[in-house]
Design a protein around this ligand. Structure first.
Ligand SMILES: Cc1cc2nc3c(=O)[nH]c(=O)nc-3n(C[C@H](O)[C@H](O)[C@H](O)COP(=O)(O)OP(=O)(O)OC[C@H]3O[C@@H](n4cnc5c(N)ncnc54)[C@H](O)[C@@H]3O)c2cc1C
Length: 265
């Protein structure tokens, strides 16, 4: 049951927030994990390949219970010209066996929900649909948070795990808005594809996964790269580019992604 007073409030149930809330709850701290989405992961856009070594330190053998998609056994790094490709294709046989190099493709909508549940099962209170709008201050110290809609939570410690767009931290003047040249924009699509087609098209066996990165004409020579990751029965395709180069290139990210998907190689 949510209360109105905690030892700590963690803002954002992404990877950082759930790891933080889980660690605090394990240490007996009364912690509330606030997530603006209706479910953790709902707002996340990442690709994503999870580099899970730090997670294994928190939850050993996490891959046995977490909703991971495929262990990344192959990596392909390619430079595209207008119609061809120069690629380095690496395969690591040992990554096909536990602990799988701790590296898996994941879908954040599933993974974040599971991770936040680990924190909640350990004793953290998970509040979803809770957009933290502001910090509460008392005597020059942070004393809690205000949630959009009027509710407040008191807490001696507030941890901002808002991700890149840390509006709360910026509003409290704890962080400056990063300049354009330091910010990239990412776009991604998850496309349904049967296991058989994934295996045939990418030369994979069983549950093997591949992570592919593309440079050069994949992003029309802009500062950035495109990616493709195989999931169980879908692929994640996307790209990210610096905001500055997108403005200079005068091309919307969604159009860049559409062009990448049409590349003949
Ligand atoms: C297209 C793309 C592809 C990427 N691919 C990869 C990859 O393959 N591998 C990799 O390691 N990283 C990848 N990243 C980066 C990765 O997404 C981030 O490093 C990671 O998500 C950061 O985790 P986080 O917990 O700090 O923030 P986030 O995952 O962004 O989580 C922040 C959470 O806080 C919530 N939140 C924010 N503000 C509030 C608020 N005021 N109140 C309540 N809740 C709030 C959000 O809804 C969200 O759930 C990718 C990023 C993009 C954009």
């Amino acid at each position: 049951m949510p209360q109105d007073s905690y030892d700590a409030v963690v803002v954002g149930a992404g990877l950082a927030g759930s790891a933080c809330a889980l660690t605090l709850a394990r240490n007996g701290v009364r912690v509330c994990l606030c997530e603006r989405g209706a479910q953790p992961g709902e707002k996340s856009l990442s690709g994503m390949v999870l580099y899970g070594r730090p997670l294994a330190a928190l939850i050993p053998f996490f891959w046995k219970e977490a909703p991971v998609e495929r262990p990344i056994v192959r990596r392909r790094v390619a430079v595209l010209s207008r119609d061809s490709e120069l690629a380095l294709d690496l395969r690591f046989e040992e990554f096909n066996h536990p602990p799988y190099n701790y590296t898996f493709s994941v879908l954040r909508s599933r993974f974040d929900r599971w991770f936040a549940k680990q924190a909640a099962d350990t004793g953290a209170t998970l509040l979803t649909g809770a957009l933290v709008d502001d910090l509460l201050w008392e005597g020059g110290k942070v004393a809690g948070v205000a949630i959009r809609g009027g509710a407040t939570l008191k807490a001696g410690v507030v941890v901002s795990c808002e991700g890149t767009n840390a509006f709360l931290a910026e509003k409290a003047k704890l962080r400056d808005r990063p300049p354009h040249r330091k910010v990239a924009v990412g776009v991604k699509e998850v496309l349904a594809m049967s296991r058989e087609v994934i295996q045939e098209r990418f030369g994979l066996e069983g549950n093997e996964g591949i992570a592919m990165e593309f440079y050069g004409q994949s992003v029309r020579g802009l500062v950035g790269s495109a990616f493709l990751y195989t999931n169980q029965d879908s692929i994640s395709v996307g790209l990210s580019c610096s905001v500055e180069s997108l403005i200079a290139g005068k091309i919307p990210p969604a159009e860049l992604l559409a062009q990448f998907k049409r590349h003949p190689a």
